[in-house]
Design a binder for this molecule. Structure first.
Ligand code: NAP
Length: 252
């Protein structure tokens, strides 16, 4: 699909590491100008931008903590300035990828972790999108990174799972609300994917995850980026309001 996103601009939140990094590189390889967003990992984000440019793509950095309104405002202030510098008005693709995991069951979850998960994973998605909507061109794309945990029981991640269920709900409301502008809104729900997010799991735990998937593997960030790429493409234009599982077949 090289060149399929030529003349498009994409904002990828949490593009400094993991799945967001792979999404940024993938969309850039298809010709999109990428706003590489990061929260705290500046050096990692600079590496992503360098990799995009080395492969013949283009982009720029934007920073902001998406768990706070001030951080979201800063992100869009930087986005507006970078686009104005290039003579570009508006953008086409928003990937709400930045997110955090918190551990804990109903007895051990602490308020601070609950608040963190909901601030970054839910408030961040809703208000980044609120700022994005007036800037998104008609026919644009919004892709929210959910998780397999949103539709399955994960007692040890109760707050995280609830935050991702909220992302699914927001996705549906946005899809209904933005359809008149031909903006599609979908969620991609990854299964276990090899990033800092799951860390270096003990082998028995890793094997248990693999055994629980039909394809018998842990996902790679690129596996998720490929699904995002389809939804961002012209070919994905008839898909909206969906939650697409990208898990190698977990919970079948
Ligand atoms: N890996 C998995 O198994 C898996 C499975 C299902 C769903 N997911 C979802 O996939 C998404 C990406 O996860 P990942 O595995 O790539 O995780 P990761 O490697 O830990 O990367 C997380 C990204 O989110 C950014 N981020 C986190 N908190 C932020 C904040 N407050 N403000 C701004 N940016 C923030 C980080 O940026 P900085 O480091 O620059 O702050 C980083 O770029 C998340 O939404 C996660 O819930 C992951």
């Amino acid at each position: 699909m090289a060149g399929g996103l030529k003349n498009k601009t994409a904002l990828v939140t949490g593009a400094s590491r993991g799945i967001g990094r792979a999404i940024a590189l993938q969309l850039a390889s298809e010709g999109a100008l990428i706003a590489v967003h990061y929260g705290h990992s500046k050096a990692a984000a600079e590496d992503v931008l360098a990799a995009i440019k080395a492969a013949g793509g283009d982009g720029f950095l934007v920073q902001g903590d998406v768990g706070e309104m001030a951080g979201i405002e800063k992100l869009f202030h930087e986005l507006d300035a970078a686009l104005a510098e290039r003579g570009i008005k508006g953008f086409d693709i928003l990937v709400n990828n930045a997110g955090v995991g918190v551990f804990g069951d109903v007895t051990t979850t602490v308020e601070a972790d609950f608040d963190k998960a909901f601030a970054i994973n839910v408030k961040g998605v809703l208000f980044v999108t609120q700022y994005a909507v007036p800037r998104l061109r008609d026919g644009g794309r919004i892709i929210n990174i959910s998780s397999m945990v949103s539709h399955n029981a994960y007692p040890d991640f109760i707050a995280y799972a609830a935050s991702k269920a909220a992302v699914d709900s927001i996705t549906l409301s946005l899809a209904a609300g933005l359809g008149s502008r031909k903006i599609t809104v979908n969620a991609v729900a990854p299964g276990a994917t090899a990033t800092d997010f799951i860390g270096d799991l003990e082998e028995p735990f890793m094997n248990a995850i693999k055994d629980g998937t039909a394809l018998g593997e842990i996902g790679r960030p690129e596996d998720i980026a490929n699904v995002v790429s389809f939804l961002a493409s012209d070919a994905g234009g008839w898909v909206t309001g969906e939650r697409i599982r990208a898990s190698g077949g977990m919970h079948l």
